[in-house]
Design a protein around this ligand. Structure first.
Ligand SMILES: [Zn+2]
Length: 312
């Protein structure tokens, strides 16, 4: 086994809800290219924390497909389902520090509390009902407190509003989200006993010492929550890069739910060339004979592509 390079550590984190499709290939390629362009380590983490959505055998199928496409992780893959002790430990630390509190609200109660109020996608903005206690209801979930929004008479400077999370995305440019008004206190341990994605991903990125997160832009909206959670846990915030998502003919994000087809592992170069085009890479060799030839060309093209981005 080769020594792990110091410094840059990136990862690809597929959810085993079905076979690898073109949309996830784009994310895998981007994260792999960025790690290689930095001379860093590239890890694979199977995000099988959502038990009900995990399809048996899908993770093994994804790992085999990655290998067929020339993606070889520098360390053995991690499995979120085997790491729940780490999530429990992080929640216990957040309980001790007062960052989280038990919530007894049902989904219907949260919906009823904001009839007529705006909703964020399909996620209801939690009104903070249980911040000061459960009001006699049994605890269902654990929520993380977000900072209170600044009041209107406070100065509107860059640092005036603690609820406003800012970060620079290496592809998408400067980002900001007001956690108080756009998200609300969010769930880390769900009523059904499942660990929330936000907690698992933050704990894993920190524990695996990930320095650079490269993933699809469908997760851009989660990033501010993850940055806040990192601050609450006292762990570093990695650099973020969100690549454009692949959509189908109806403009929906490509996924198993929107009918994405499994990749053909017997013809990896064809799909890899298409993924490189999706990322706007200008390859010198338009008909590479081998995976190795494609990879060398694509790493150089990735470096040139990053230099063209407005965020560079
Ligand atoms: Zn509540």
């Amino acid at each position: 086994m080769s020594a792990t390079p110091q410094g840059y550590r990136g990862r690809f984190a597929p959810s085993p809800t079905g076979p690898l499709h073109f949309g996830s290939l784009v994310s895998a390629l981007a994260s792999w290219l960025d790690a290689r362009a930095h001379g860093g380590a590239w890890l694979v983490r199977v995000e099988d924390i959502d038990g009900p959505r995990t399809v048996p055998g899908a993770a093994e199928d994804i790992l085999a497909t990655l290998a067929a496409f020339g993606f070889h992780a520098d360390e053995p893959p991690e499995w979120q389902s085997r790491r729940t002790g780490l999530y429990r430990g992080a929640l216990d630390r957040l309980i001790a520090s007062g960052h989280v509190y038990p919530c007894g609200c049902t989904r219907k109660e949260i919906a009823d509390s904001q009839l007529g109020a705006h909703q964020r996608n399909t996620t209801l903005i939690y009104p903070g009902t249980c911040r000061d206690g459960l009001h006699g209801k049994p605890a269902r979930a654990w929520r993380l407190r977000v900072p209170d929004a600044a009041t209107a008479d406070e100065p509107a400077g860059a640092h005036a509003n603690p609820a406003l999370i800012r970060f620079d995305d290496r592809w998408q440019g400067p980002q900001h989200q007001n956690l108080a008004t756009e998200v609300g206190d969010f769930v880390l341990l769900r009523a059904d006993g499942q660990w929330a994605y936000q907690l698992a991903v933050v704990v894993d990125d920190a524990q695996q010492r990930i320095t650079h997160v490269v993933r699809g832009a469908d997760l851009l909206d989660s990033t501010a929550r993850q940055v806040w959670l990192q601050q609450c846990l006292g762990v570093p915030t990695p650099a973020y890069l969100h690549v454009p998502v692949v959509t189908n003919a109806d403009g929906e994000k490509l996924s198993k739910q929107t009918g994405a087809q499994a990749l053909d592992a017997s013809r990896p170069l064809e799909a890899l060339m298409a993924a490189a085009r999706h990322l706007g890479l200008e390859l010198h060799d338009t008909a590479p004979a081998t995976l190795a030839a494609f990879q060398l060309d694509a790493i150089d093209a990735w470096k040139r592509r990053l230099a063209q981005l407005p965020a560079a």
